[in-house]
Design a protein around this ligand. Structure first.
Ligand SMILES: [Zn+2]
Length: 536
């Protein structure tokens, strides 16, 4: 990771002479923090946020929103100089490093990109009292920042969370709350798993049945399972929210929901303002039961069963048309095709699929999936996108430019094999990174201390490790309250693993910092799992 040294930290050098004892509890831990003696900075009605470059208007508006919603102060954004200054120098969009200095007169965040400024804003949020995270104004607070100089940059470029609104649906408002919480901890990738066997959650104008029919269903075994648990565990967070129930004209109740293209644009813009790229995933050719039910001609033998038939031209046309709409909605280079857990045996019995295997000179059905992935990759590339997929896409051969999500923690050689072949990898092995799995104090420590990055990679291979993410699968997470319980506080451990250099990650130092940090989660309205609890 390339990072330029930010010049102009004269204030740091001068004030360091009077440095006080370090007490900040920022997560993820910054590279360097120098606390100073002296009067604190105070937010007032007259405080202005000043930018030196029009590209910082978005970050400045975001900071204004964060600072005004909880303080009730009138804080304006302007160009030039002000008491809070956001400064872009030597612009480089890939560089997320930043420098933050605060004294009684001024706070200044300097970076080479808007993303760097946004990382600095995340730090500033944590330098203010925890009440800054409230969504409504608090009277009588003294909103201060102690004098400090922070220089910081991330270890990994990819710091993500994946959310699955398919198995259980989460509203746009709930999704935005998660994005805002992610921004506090410098996560920058939101992997949005939008389709699966049970439902389709994204409006595709060319195929309206996907959401007209495919976004709704009577309670299934997962819904009933959650409600059973809610009763047995006396836990209302496991109940299915009534707001996601729709009554049909004949009086039946259907569960579900989907995002219109307008809502998706809104979420993408909200995330962008917080420095977060949204990486959509529309899983193909497996996990497509609902698509095959809506359009049976997508399936082998036309019987509406999973997976997609890769022998038919109409299926390929479908995949391309769906992604053509996806590319219009998500402006970022990475788009995931999923590609996991495909039941390939049906392709052995399908004359169309067998014909494709013959005409393309493929050896077997795993090469048939690889043929599809490569075909789609060319289509992605022609639209300026890079293809991502779960690690099964390695099977049957993979082009070098595809990026792999290593999820099968019981296949520890995946990262070794993928990077040997020259493929980039994002790490999310279920052994550490499945946040829908049960959480204990021990799993928190195991996550923090564990080697998510395999230790047997060469320096060249390590350069292909883009970063890490956690996956929040929705089967047992019917509400945002349950999501918070499963995700926090361990997301803070992952944030630090992805941001802070490995040598700086010390559990004994992290744990008290995390404990000091928990009131901040409470102020954010996060119903997190307290430490030392036995509740599942
Ligand atoms: Zn077929």
């Amino acid at each position: 990771m390339r990072t330029k040294l930010i010049l102009g930290c004269f204030a740091c050098l001068v004030l360091a002479a009077t440095a006080a004892k370090a007490e900040t509890d920022i997560i993820p831990k910054p590279v360097s923090v120098t606390e100073m003696a002296g009067e604190p900075f105070r937010l007032k009605n007259s405080t202005t946020i000043a930018i030196n470059d029009a590209r910082l208007h978005g970050p400045a508006t975001y900071l204004q929103e964060v600072l005004t919603r909880s303080t009730g102060l009138r804080i304006k954004v302007k160009s030039g100089t002000g008491r809070i200054e956001l400064r872009l120098t030597e612009p480089d969009e890939q560089d997320e490093s930043y420098e933050l200095t605060a004294d009684s007169r001024r706070i200044r965040i300097t970076a080479h990109s808007a993303r760097g400024i946004i990382c600095g804003i995340a730090t500033l949020r944590q330098l203010l009292p925890p009440e800054i995270e409230r969504l409504t104004p608090t009277e009588g607070m003294d909103w201060t920042v102690q004098p400090v100089c922070i220089k910081d940059r991330p270890q990994f470029h990819w710091r993500g969370l994946m959310l699955d609104p398919v198995r259980h649906f989460y509203s746009v408002a709930d999704t935005k709350r998660l994005l805002d919480q992610m921004a506090v901890y410098k996560f920058n990738k939101f992997h949005w798993h939008l389709t699966d066997s049970q439902a389709s959650r994204i409006e595709i104008k060319a195929y309206p049945k996907l959401t007209d029919e495919g976004a709704w269903h009577p309670y299934n075994h997962l819904d009933r399972g959650c409600m059973d648990r809610a009763g047995k565990e006396n836990n209302p967070d496991l109940l299915i929210p009534r707001k996601y129930i729709r009554e049909t004209p004949d009086g039946k109740e259907l569960y579900g929901g989907y995002y219109t293209q307008q809502e998706i644009r809104e979420v993408v813009e909200y995330a962008a303002q917080r420095g977060i790229d949204v990486v959509p995933e529309l899983d193909m050719p497996g996990h497509t039961h609902i698509a095959c039910q809506c359009y049976p001609w997508l399936s082998c033998m036309g019987d509406g069963n999973d997976p997609l038939c890769l022998g038919k031209e109409t299926t390929i046309e479908y995949a391309e048309k769906v992604y053509a709409e996806v590319f219009q909605l998500f402006p970022y280079e990475y788009v995931s095709i999923g590609g996991d857990e495909v039941n390939r045996t049906r392709w052995t019995q399908c004359t169309d699929c067998q014909k494709r295997i013959q005409t393309e000179h493929l050896r077997d059905v795993s090469e048939l999936q690889a043929w599809f992935t490569k075909h789609m990759e060319r289509y992605f590339n022609a639209h300026g996108r890079k293809i991502l997929g779960w690690d099964e896409i390695l099977e049957g051969g993979l082009s070098k430019t595809a990026t792999v999500h290593w999820w099968r923690g019981d296949h520890p050689d995946v990262t070794q094999r993928a990077t040997e072949m020259g493929n980039e990898v994002v790490l999310c092995p279920f052994t550490f990174c499945y946040f829908d799995y049960a959480q204990t104090d021990q799993t928190l420590q195991t996550l923090y201390e564990g080697d998510i990055v395999p230790t047997d990679l060469s320096p060249q291979q390590l350069r292909l490790v883009k970063g890490m993410q956690a996956n929040i699968w929705g089967e047992w997470i019917p509400t945002v309250e349950r999501m918070n319980w499963q995700v926090f506080p361990r997301a803070l451990a992952l944030a630090e693993k992805a941001w802070t250099p490995r040598a700086e990650q010390q559990w004994d130092e992290f744990l008290p910092r995390l404990q000091k940090h928990l009131p901040r989660l409470t102020e954010m309205g996060i119903h997190y799992r307290p430490l030392k609890t036995n509740r599942p």
